[in-house]
Design a protein around this ligand. Structure first.
Ligand code: FMN
Length: 193
């Protein structure tokens, strides 16, 4: 079984989402012997923005990096993503990665009956960090709602959010939110069977 571990927080060692993705991946490693883990740090090694030349595939190195990114996503059974809320949405480094994996004909297609996601059968766990408190259905949430929409569109229907929010309210809020989020990490056993 292959797990892809992705971090995107720009906050380094003090990052809430990095702490959570590490805990989630550790839980999977404990539960699934021989689990193969690939790690991508989108802050340390960001992909370029999806500009005209990138889309036109005029740069061989960028095109190859994009294909490798897409293949890594397609090859994964489980994807763990650290996704802090930045300006109500996701970090632009994570958006740049999504721009490489949302590819017509590879991860989705349009049919006579409408769009069809092609990245089926994957499990996704998203560590969500938020300075404020939004809950489940806030109109100001363009982070979790966006991730659910875009990965659902690609065919990933099994998406779980592990959320630490209100972390900017006070150090105590941060500690409590992290503790609560860690306690909410599900045992991945149903997948290990
Ligand atoms: C650049 C930046 C933008 C942010 N924008 C928001 C925001 O729009 N709403 C919010 O609730 N928190 C916002 N925050 C707070 C983060 O969501 C919060 O600190 C979260 O824990 C970040 O995860 P991290 O610690 O892994 O970086 C922002 C933080 C940064 C650094």
């Amino acid at each position: 079984m292959k797990l892809l571990h992705i971090d995107s927080a720009a906050t380094g060692a003090g990052s809430v989402t990095r702490e959570l993705t590490a805990a989630i991946v550790a839980r999977w490693q404990d539960a699934v012997p021989g689990l193969s883990v690939t790690y991508r740090d989108l802050d340390a090694e960001p992909l370029p923005h999806l500009t005209g030349p990138v889309l036109a595939k005029t740069d061989v190195a960028i095109t190859e990096a994009g294909e490798q990114t897409l293949q890594q996503f397609l090859d994964s059974d489980v994807i763990v993503i650290g996704a802090p809320m930045y300006n109500f949405s996701v970090p632009s480094t994570l958006k740049a990665w999504i721009d490489r994996v949302a590819i017509a004909g590879r991860t989705f297609r349009y049919t006579e009956n409408g769009p069809e996601g092609l990245a089926k059968g994957k499990r996704m766990v998203i560590a969500s960090g938020r300075g404020g408190i939004y809950g489940d259905n806030s109109p100001a949430d363009f982070q979790e709602a966006y991730l659910r929409q875009v990965f659902g569109f690609l065919g990933v229907s099994d998406i779980e959010f592990i959320r630490a929010e209100g972390v900017a309210y006070s150090p105590q809020h941060r500690t409590d939110a992290l503790e609560g989020a860690k306690a909410a990490i599900q045992a991945p056993l149903r997948e290990a069977a």
